[in-house]
Design a protein around this ligand. Structure first.
Ligand SMILES: Cc1cc2nc3c(=O)[nH]c(=O)nc-3n(C[C@H](O)[C@H](O)[C@H](O)COP(=O)(O)OP(=O)(O)OC[C@H]3O[C@@H](n4cnc5c(N)ncnc54)[C@H](O)[C@@H]3O)c2cc1C
Length: 374
């Protein structure tokens, strides 16, 4: 099929910016660029019928790290790098709340809780809380970013965990509503979004950037932002991004559900929260890291049966509930727990590798990618 003159003129020609990927990063990049450059013709190309990666699949934790996660980070990375990442997550969340609005994405500040079933692991973390709070004070502005509270656990109706560390700054959002609002903001500010278009090639040339689309058709534009996260290597194989699948389930509404907030378990490998009287529960990638290092969506018996077990034995013991739905999403990870925001050439910027923190940092990363071109 050949595109008509009208199709080429209206949809593909004279674009100052093309963003590849309509996840949280791509949409924020497009919105930030258009805001600073209102006359610019901005186009977002998305291969899925919806944004199909992680941004519409995640758990919606507006979080900046649990105690065990941060302690692990401090043991692997220099202190200033860990603190910078925490600061980026906090600032990113502030920015997301400003751009999208709390009401539009149903932001709730129910707090976050790291739960433990192993007393030794708990004690190791609890012993570090006061030193950790001191380090984080410069970033969070709070004397107590984390609180050790072993009584609260009984309020949530869980029997499988005996100890808890609270993170009062943590919140939760409705991920679907957040993405819907970002799409609305983009379209209402004059950004065009085309779905079902896969970019298969990207080349800097003298006039700007040439994109190859859906195996064959080529378009020329001035600038490009690549925001394809876990799929980054299929377009730019040199990037150090490892795809990582994460599996999730959600229950049907549960009567008298006491659980409220965002919960981290087993060093963050498992996470659960309340949403509309239901429990959303995900994780278990650590059971089968090699298989889950993939950019293919899918569910596995090994991980789903472990999610079932933890849900029935630890999170909802004695409760009647049914599983409503299961799904997976693809993240972009790396040896370093830091996003890649980089100018690859004069007109190409890449903004990928959000790890498990894209809800928190995605809007800021998108803005920084746009700034790199402006
Ligand atoms: C199950 C799960 C739970 C998570 N929970 C949380 C959480 O609670 N809190 C948190 O902060 N983070 C969480 N994350 C991580 C967070 O969702 C991601 O970091 C974030 O959504 C990444 O956004 P993105 O825009 O970079 O990537 P994506 O949302 O993956 O967007 C990339 C887009 O690019 C498109 N694309 C890819 N290749 C091409 C191509 N060649 N041409 C055109 N389009 C292309 C894809 O279809 C996709 O829509 C979770 C992730 C998962 C999977």
């Amino acid at each position: 099929m050949d595109l008509s003159y009208w199709e080429l003129e209206t949809f593909f020609r004279n674009r100052q910016l093309v963003v590849i990927g309509s996840g949280i990063v791509g949409l924020n990049a497009a919105i930030a660029y258009k805001k600073s450059n209102p006359g610019a013709n901005v186009l977002v190309l998305e291969r899925g019928i919806l944004p199909l990666g992680a941004s519409t699949k995640n758990a919606g934790f507006a979080c900046f790290g649990s105690v065990s996660e941060l302690l692990a980070d401090f043991s692997k990375m220099p202190e200033n790098v860990v603190l910078e990442t925490v600061e980026m997550r906090l600032n990113g969340l502030k920015r997301l709340r400003k751009v999208v609005g709390d009401k539009a994405m149903d932001f709730r500040n129910h707090g976050g809780f790291e739960v433990f079933d192993d007393v030794k692991k708990f004690e190791k973390c609890a012993d570090e809380v006061s030193a950790l709070n001191k380090k984080l004070k410069t970033v969070t502005g709070r004397k107590e970013t984390f609180l050790v509270d072993t009584k609260k656990i009984s309020e949530f109706g869980m029997k499988g965990f005996s100890k808890l560390i609270e993170s009062p700054l943590e919140g939760q959002i409705d991920t679907g509503k957040m993405m819907k609002r970002l799409l609305e903001i983009a379209v209402s500010s004059g950004i065009m979004i085309l779905n079902n278009i896969t970019v298969t090639g990207i080349l800097q040339n003298k006039k700007g950037v040439e994109l190859e689309i859906n195996e064959g058709f080529k378009m020329q534009c001035e600038n490009v932002i690549v925001a394809t996260n876990g799929f980054a290597r299929s377009l730019l194989p040199e990037l150090k991004v490892i795809p990582a699948r994460a599996q999730v389930l959600v229950t049907k509404p549960i009567r008298n559900l006491k659980l409220k907030g965002t919960f981290h378990y087993d060093e963050g490998f498992y996470y659960f929260r309340n949403i509309n009287e239901r429990v959303l529960f995900g994780g278990g990638r650590n059971l089968d890291l090699k298989t889950e290092e993939t950019d293919q969506f899918g569910l596995t018996e090994k991980i789903q049966s472990q999610l079932n077990k933890i849900l029935s034995e630890k999170i909802l013991p004695g409760k009647k509930y049914e599983i409503d739905h299961r799904w997976s999403g693809i993240m972009g990870l790396g040896a370093e727990k830091k996003p890649i925001i980089k100018k690859l050439s004069k007109n190409i910027v890449v903004a990928v590798r959000m790890g498990g923190m894209g809800v928190a940092i995605g809007s800021l990363v998108g803005e920084r990618a746009a700034t790199a071109l402006l």
